[in-house]
Design a binder for this molecule. Structure first.
Ligand SMILES: Cc1ncc(COP(=O)(O)O)c(C=O)c1O
Length: 395
């Protein structure tokens, strides 16, 4: 048998990783709950969850056991056979989210679920113009990228879609565009994540939902970052008590296992071949996502996100040098009157705390696991106080 290639000669085997990510100087080798343990022997408090993915905490025992047991039986078969695990997930999701009457289509990443949502909207009403919002982020596949407000990411091949970007919370602008009658879909992150944790007004969402109905446009809520209980409701749009036609989910729904889905109202009638995916909804993915739902339910994590989120936001707003604290539940943005790059670096290097960034250079994005305790948020506040003190001294 061939021995494992552990000591490759870098001069002989020199395939490069395509260099598109600026990397933090961290090499996690183990993770548990709200902590990651790195190669340097240090323990880091994780308030970022690897781009908003860790919902029930790293390596939750129920999640690890369920996936391990499933792998002993069958890890994968394609969507050409019966897979009751899909129905088990769908039933549980319907029950917890209140969307029992919706249908689910499985995929593997957030961008795919947005791609499928836009495609289904266009199949549904035969139109193609889409409305999105300034600072929106919906992913990097072609349609998802076209509704993402960042020209830098668009190659010429991505630029043919007809998309209109409207200002945040601009109801008059939305009304004006929808009134033209040619809009296929409106796609909204109820709380923008990468855009800097910007919360759409409930009234705006309610009016947008109403206008979409009036003008035969499909309302798509992108809950990839804000869903799975993160904001203190199962979906962030539920704070506004609206019911979109399509909902996209990914990230926290799999807690790290690649899992995504598009939820469609009963108005959408599927036909064979309309959508498809080799890996989507496979045995391991459904097991992982069902385990996440079970933990969310058993440990009352939506309630915890609400309670701890409120407490944490209060504590954060008492810190010095802060311009604004915003967000809902445990999806929180902290805006400073200065760029946070150095502060974030200091938090990692000196306080062993990991946080996230956004497209706004002054905003720190905080997305801890939903089972975080008040004690751990106190630990975070303490670290912030130290880092801010240093920041002031060194300025
Ligand atoms: C709101 C939102 N939509 C879509 C995506 C794309 O998800 P993925 O990276 O899994 O394709 C992201 C990723 O950050 C996101 O935050």
């Amino acid at each position: 048998m061939r021995p494992p290639d552990l000591n490759l000669n870098p001069l002989t085997f020199n395939m490069e990783i395509f260099n598109v990510y600026p990397l933090l100087d961290l090499e996690p080798v183990k993770a548990k709950g709200a902590y990651v343990y790195c190669q340097d022997g240090k323990r880091y408090l994780d308030f970022y969850g690897g781009h908003a993915v860790i919902s029930i905490g790293h390596s939750h025992p129920h999640y690890v056991n369920k996936i391990s047991d499933q792998l002993q039986n069958i890890g994968f078969y394609s969507n050409s056979v019966q897979n009751p695990l899909q129905k088990i997930f769908a039933n549980k999701l319907g029950e917890i989210s209140g969307y029992e009457d919706y249908q689910v289509f499985f995929s593997n990443s957030g961008a795919e679920s947005v791609e499928n949502a836009l495609k289904m909207a266009s199949f549904h009403n035969g139109k193609s113009k889409v409305i999105s919002f300034d600072k929106a982020f919906h992913g990097r596949t072609s349609n998802a990228l076209s509704v993402t407000d960042n020209e830098k990411y668009q190659a010429p091949i991505n630029q043919d879609n007809e998309v209109i970007f409207i200002d945040f919370n601009d109801l008059a602008g939305l009304d004006r565009e929808l009134s033209k009658g040619d809009v296929c879909a409106v796609v909204i992150e109820p709380i923008q994540g990468i855009g800097g944790i910007r919360v759409f007004d409930d009234v705006f969402l309610q009016q947008a939902s109403q206008l979409c109905r009036e003008h035969n446009a499909v309302l798509i809520c992108d809950e990839i970052q804000s869903g799975a209980g993160r904001t203190g409701k199962f979906f962030a749009h539920q704070h506004a008590e609206i019911k979109p036609d399509i909902i996209t989910i990914a990230k926290g729904m799999g807690n790290g296992f690649p899992f995504a889905a598009t939820l469609l109202s009963p108005d959408f009638e599927p036909w064979y071949g309309q959508l498809g995916s080799t890996f989507g909804g496979n045995h391991l993915a459904c097991t992982a996502a069902t385990a996440v739902l079970e933990v969310i339910e058993d440990e009352q994590l939506i309630h915890n996100a609400n309670e701890v989120g409120k407490y944490f936001k209060q504590q954060l707003s008492r810190l010095p040098q802060i311009k604004e604290v915003r967000g809902r539940g445990l999806m929180i943005g902290v805006e400073f009157p200065f760029p946070i790059k150095k502060l974030r670096q200091r938090l990692i290097e000196e306080e062993q705390v990991v946080t996230g960034v956004s497209s706004n250079p002054n905003v720190l994005r905080l997305l801890p696991p939903l089972n975080i305790s008040k004690k751990e948020t106190d630990q975070f506040i303490n670290a912030m106080q130290n880092a801010l003190k240093q920041h002031q001294l060194l300025q």
